[in-house]
Design a protein around this ligand. Structure first.
Ligand code: PLP
Length: 394
């Protein structure tokens, strides 16, 4: 195979050509600033209103509760910092989990330096938050619970309904980072008692640099970006009109194809998992076997470095991701893999492959064969593996 096999859909997805088509007129024809009064700007205003409606409907929310942002990171920052600011008089305690995305974790660390106390609740060996611990963490001064809908590394889906119920029982606000889940699994904000929800278009075949934050009516939220009166004075700055037009199209397509996509992804993903688990020795699957996103497979291969595996897969045109925090410039293994109890040396050998419905069984076959060859080659060069084989023979 000479082409790229893209198995990193948790990192980003291909912008659907129909999404690009929906965006184009807002660059070249209807480029008016939505804040301008003249008629020429009407299409820009209309597409923003219409996208807000489409997104609200997909979540069982109201259009006025949807605020456009520049993506998941901004939405997470906004939700957590703004609650801290608006409700800081009531209390300075926030609960989150140990496996959140850095957009949440680093925001919490930022608040810790400003007098807030954060409880990072443990997860079990499958990455599911420990609800008993969460319940025990609740205090009279707790103002926010922020727990992700589904994890970006291991795909585990969190018990959001129960978390929402706990938050509601105690009168605490509940924010969920749904960046990996929205557009992939059905979400209803009232059913789950969600008060705030973050999403990002590029995870559902939409464009990069556009996201939204759902904020339930009645929640006190200050402006996040100070400037003009856009987004009802809560987020200044000229709207990303083409991005919003693309987001609308991506959401429409994601909602219409959800069931079919899920089925196809699950088939590909299960085939990948079954083959790897059966044909590669000393490997484990990270994340819950069934309560996980349909597109996610995350393996830990003993005796090898995930980074080396990734580089060798790349030379065969295969795009995946490892759990090492290489983006942060450190060689520490992923905080998520450590939180599920993997020892450092095993966490270092992780590989995340996230399929899309555009992948094929032939591609998966090719990838499995390459994984088998590369893992064997890397292990043959590994002194750790040599010692292990020798001691096993004794
Ligand atoms: N939250 C989660 C769970 C993610 O997976 C990501 C992206 O990988 C983000 C937040 C950040 O989103 P964005 O890239 O839109 O800033």
């Amino acid at each position: 195979m000479n082409q790229t096999i893209y198995l990193d859909n948790a990192a980003t997805t291909r912008t659907n050509p129909q999404v690009v088509e929906a965006m184009l007129p807002y660059f070249t024809e209807n480029y008016g600033n939505p804040s301008s009064v003249y008629e020429f700007s009407a299409p820009s205003k209309e597409i923003i209103a219409s996208a807000r409606e489409t997104i609200a409907e997909s979540l069982g929310a109201r259009p006025a509760e949807i605020y456009f942002t520049a993506g998941g990171t901004e939405s997470d920052n906004w939700a957590i910092k703004a609650v801290a600011e608006a409700y800081g008089d009531k209390g300075k305690h926030i609960i989150t989990s140990k496996i959140e995305h850095h957009a949440v974790l680093h925001t919490c660390e930022y608040l810790e330096k400003r007098g807030f106390e954060i409880t990072y609740v443990d997860v079990d060996e499958n990455g599911i938050i420990k609800l008993d611990e969460l319940r025990k963490a609740v205090r009279p001064d707790t103002i926010l619970i922020s727990v992700m809908f589904a994890n970006n590394e291991i795909g585990t889906i969190e018990p959001v309904k129960e978390i929402g119920r706990i938050a509601r029982e105690h009168g605490i606000l509940f924010h969920t980072d749904a960046v990996q889940a929205y557009g992939h699994i059905p979400i209803h904000v009232d059913e789950y008692n969600i008060d705030m929800l973050s999403s990002s278009a590029h995870k559902l075949n939409g464009p990069k640099g556009i996201g939204f934050l759902y904020i339930r009516t009645g929640i006190k939220m200050r402006s996040f970006v100070h400037g003009g009166a856009q987004e009802r004075k809560r987020r200044g700055g000229t709207e990303n009109v083409p991005g919003i037009a693309g987001y609308k199209k991506a959401v429409e397509m994601a909602m219409a194809s959800m069931e079919e996509r899920e089925k196809k992804e699950r088939e590909l993903r299960d085939y990948l998992i079954d083959r790897v688990m059966a044909e590669v020795p000393y490997v484990r699957l990270n994340g819950h076997r069934t309560t996980r996103l349909a597109n996610n497979a995350n393996f830990a291969f003993q005796f090898i470095e995930g980074e080396s595996l990734l580089i060798m897969l790349d030379s065969s045109g295969i795009c995946g991701s490892s759990g090492s925090a290489c983006t942060s410039g450190s060689l520490d293994p992923s905080h998520v893999l450590l939180a599920i109890g993997l020892p450092h040396e095993i966490a270092h050998g992780s590989l995340r492959l996230t399929v899309s419905s555009e992948n094929t069984m032939e591609e998966i076959d090719f990838v499995v064969e390459r994984i088998k060859e590369i893992v064997k080659r890397l292990r043959d060069m590994s002194p750790l593996y040599e010692d292990f084989v020798k001691s096993a023979k004794r």
